[in-house]
Design a protein around this ligand. Structure first.
Ligand SMILES: C[S@@+](CC[C@H](N)C(=O)[O-])C[C@H]1O[C@@H](n2cnc3c(N)ncnc32)[C@H](O)[C@@H]1O
Length: 294
């Protein structure tokens, strides 16, 4: 068997292992997307930096793509601790977002494009993905890596400020302390926003303190679904993720840290865009919005 044949088998096993690690029991479309997408095409030349022994990276023993088919983060700008995210986390979140064939997905924080490619596979030729990346170098790498994907457009900029068409899925890959108004406005009826909320900017230090039990930068991911004027919301995952540039502020960061400390995020059912919800129904209140229990 030639090398590509071997890697195809490795990718097929990886797709199954990642869905199992994510607790996703049956999602043949996502399994096919993981199987079809070559992670090595998005991570530059090897050997690669694997974020395995917190807080440090280890390099792969060789520039052999086999080392990329594990459930590990891989540095894309390792000096800044910007990583290609953990496959099982993304499998879980993408499963929750459930992008259908023909959908418009907006991917905020594309990095170098690996999960953008998986989303493009899921929406297929009748759908499209708008990827927004803040870091110029990463946006340029994503554009180059995704040239073969006619249904993907990469835009360099701040995902909270760049304008985009109504979206069926908004998939945010950076830690926020509040939802951007534009994301809530531009979610199509029935659309899903995947929103990671993380309390502290000190992401890299957060990993450093993990062993002390101080879950400094660990936060919560919410799935927010638009139903007309209403927004249904529920918690889907814990998360540690690189902070969003913008879409964070001291006041909402403090409020989020307090809400996480008191617990109860699993009981959130709604996001409201007003100030009228009584205190006892709010898990987290921001200016003009809240995540609430009913
Ligand atoms: C955890 S990395 C994930 C990258 C990519 N999703 C992956 O897994 O390979 C977070 C990414 O979000 C980007 N980012 C942070 N704030 C952003 C913003 N406001 N708009 C767009 N991208 C942003 C960062 O530059 C970084 O590339």
């Amino acid at each position: 068997m030639d090398r590509q044949g071997e890697l195809n088998i490795i990718r097929a096993a990886y797709a199954k292992q990642i869905l199992a690690a994510a607790g996703v029991r049956a999602n043949a479309r996502l399994e096919a997307a993981l199987r079809a997408t070559r992670r090595e095409d998005f991570l530059g030349a090897g050997p690669w930096w694997i974020f395995r022994r917190f807080p440090d990276y280890v390099t792969t023993p060789a520039a052999d793509p086999v080392y990329l088919y594990t459930d590990d983060l891989v540095g894309i700008l390792p000096e800044r601790k910007i990583n290609n995210g953990q496959p099982s986390l993304h499998a879980h979140l993408i499963h929750e977002a459930s992008p259908a064939a023909g959908a418009h997905v907006v991917h905020i924080g594309t990095g170098t494009g690996y999960y953008t490619a998986i989303l493009a596979h899921l929406v297929g030729p009748s759908g499209r993905v708008t990827g927004i990346e803040y870091e110029s170098e990463l946006a340029a790498r994503a554009k180059a890596n995704l040239l073969a994907y006619p249904n993907v457009e990469i835009v360099e900029g701040d995902g909270a400020l760049v304008s985009f068409d109504k979206a069926d899925v908004i998939y945010v890959n950076a830690g926020c302390t509040r939802p951007a108004e534009s994301w809530l406005d531009r979610l199509a009826d029935g659309g899903r926003l995947i929103l990671p909320m993380t309390p502290y900017q000190g992401f890299a230090q957060g990993f450093g303190t993990k062993s002390t039990g101080r879950m400094a930068s660990f936060g919560a991911v919410f799935r927010i679904e638009r139903r007309g004027k209403d927004y249904l919301a529920y918690w889907i995952s814990p998360v540690a993720i690189f902070p969003c540039a913008g879409n964070r502020d001291d006041v909402s960061e403090r409020a989020l840290a307090e809400a996480l400390a008191k617990g109860g995020w699993q009981n959130v059912t709604r996001l409201y865009r007003n100030q009228e919800i009584p205190e006892e129904r709010c898990w987290l209140r921001g200016s003009g919005w809240c995540l609430a229990y009913s």
